[in-house]
Design a protein around this ligand. Structure first.
Ligand SMILES: *Cc1c(COP(=O)(O)O)cnc(C)c1O
Length: 378
């Protein structure tokens, strides 16, 4: 179906931070499958795990246990502040599970608060909390039980907060909306309000989780522990998986309430476990901090010599470069420099490179991006 506006390029191979087209032409990839390839393309750990597991067991459904899913669940619970997890196949489904928990948590007709400019997915449920006209328009989305508040504006939540609110769902860093980090006080305030009114706090960490911010979970970077954490994107290192983590309070779905045929199958679970072990392992997150600081410093230097750049935002290796006006065809200009970047929001270039990007690759990015900007007409 004609639902994507793709760049006119076909890739056939990838390694680390690079993709290669059919002719073998090499592209520096600062999109990483939209924050999915946390370890870059075809990391040996991932390829080897897929190979090994594919000869052992691939899929059995959730009628039975598998060692791989058990181990993954145990690991997630060990490294988080949560006690149970549900596995699905995408971010949208991770959110959908969170929304069903919210619906069950309080009486029918109770409200869910989400934030303007958010993105939580495109199923009819997740779309109802994705507060952007461009995604909702034309689909008769049922928003009767949803209240949209202003992101980073605690007053806008306080003014409508009540005991009829079952949950607040928020991205700690708005991703698709333009890389807009939540303020600590705002997120802490949401936590306090959710406690005061016995509502669940749901963090959508689908884009900003799995090491992106320099902590394994984004919530740790903000010092706020939510009741529910939605994960996907980077978790499978390129294989499709979603996970919804809950604490005791939110652990209310029971037999028959929810399910997934593929969710957490042995193949994807074995890979996700290795991704977590690597990202949460020795020195990895420190290196994310170091790379993030280096990239930010280089971007700030670039900004001084470039009047197209308005602001640089973000946390860790999830950065947004806001341009002074809408940068027309900047992605295809970057492609001419053999550089892959992706936009977010109205006028922001989003940088979500592999988490193991090297200093050399950051220098190369700056070089290529500088060339791109010189050709931009804004
Ligand atoms: C990508 C994304 C989703 C949707 O994930 P899919 O895997 O595309 O279904 C939901 N929330 C956030 C914050 C995302 O970035």
């Amino acid at each position: 179906m004609n639902v994507y506006k793709r760049q006119n390029i076909t890739f056939s191979r990838g390694k680390g931070s690079y993709l290669y087209d059919k002719q073998g032409k090499k592209y520096l990839d600062f999109v990483a499958g939209i924050a999915v390839n946390a370890l870059g393309h075809c990391h040996p750990i991932i390829s080897e795990t897929i190979n090994k597991q594919s000869e052992k067991l691939i899929h059995i459904s959730n009628l039975y246990y598998s060692e791989e899913q058990n181990k993954l669940a145990k690991l997630l619970v060990e490294i988080s502040d949560h006690s149970s997890v549900f596995f699905s196949n995408s971010g949208t489904e991770a959110v959908e599970c969170g929304l069903k928990i919210a619906k069950k948590y309080k009486a029918e007709g109770s409200k869910i608060i989400s934030f303007k400019n958010s993105f939580h997915g495109r199923s009819l449920g997740s779309l109802s909390v994705t507060a952007q006209d461009k995604y909702q328009e034309g689909f008769g989305v049922d928003t009767r039980d949803v209240i949209y508040c202003d992101f980073n504006n605690l007053e806008s939540v306080k003014s409508i907060m009540g005991h009829d609110v079952a949950a607040i769902i928020v991205e700690p860093i708005q991703g698709e909306g333009g890389i807009i980090p939540g303020e600590n006080e705002f997120l802490k305030g949401l936590k306090d309000l959710s406690n005061e009114y016995d509502a669940l706090l749901i963090f959508d960490e689908i884009q900003c989780g799995i090491g992106r911010t320099g902590d394994f979970f984004a919530y740790k970077s903000f010092g706020v522990i939510p009741d529910v954490v939605c994960l996907a994107k980077g978790l499978g290192g390129g294989l499709p998986i979603g996970a919804t983590l809950v604490n005791k309070r939110a652990d209310i779905l029971s037999y028959g309430d929810h399910g997934s045929t593929f969710g957490g199958n042995p193949l994807v679970a074995s890979v996700a476990k290795e991704v977590i072990k690597k990202v949460n392992g020795p020195k990895f997150l420190e290196s994310v901090h170091t790379s993030a600081k280096y990239l930010m410093d280089q971007l700030q230097i670039l900004k001084k010599s470039c009047n197209h750049i308005n602001e640089i935002r973000g946390k860790g290796l999830m950065l947004g470069i806001e341009m002074t006006t809408c940068p027309i065809n900047i992605m295809s200009l970057a492609l001419d420099q053999q550089l892959l970047i992706v936009a977010a929001g109205k006028n922001t270039i989003r940088l979500v490179p592999p988490l193991n990007v090297s200093e050399y690759e950051i220098d190369l990015f700056i070089e290529k991006f500088k060339e791109t900007l010189m050709k931009v007409e804004v």
